[in-house]
Design a binder for this molecule. Structure first.
Ligand code: ZN
Length: 56
């Protein structure tokens, strides 16, 4: 029970950061969690566009 699979690790990250608060503008946006999963950056859609961060 010591090895964590990727899904467990991903779930930990999502649960920990699932407050929808953008790291850049500190506003609460539904898109923050969506972008966190897609890009690994905890930012809202408008900040994502302004920083031109795209998923690889
Ligand atoms: Zn933002």
């Amino acid at each position: 029970m010591t090895n964590k699979n990727l899904k467990d690790i991903t779930d930990d990250i999502i649960i920990k950061d699932l407050d929808d608060i953008c790291d850049e503008c500190k506003k609460k946006e539904d898109s923050v969690t969506h972008n966190l999963i897609l890009t690994g950056f905890k930012i809202c859609q408008s900040c994502r566009l302004s920083k031109t961060i795209f998923p690889i």
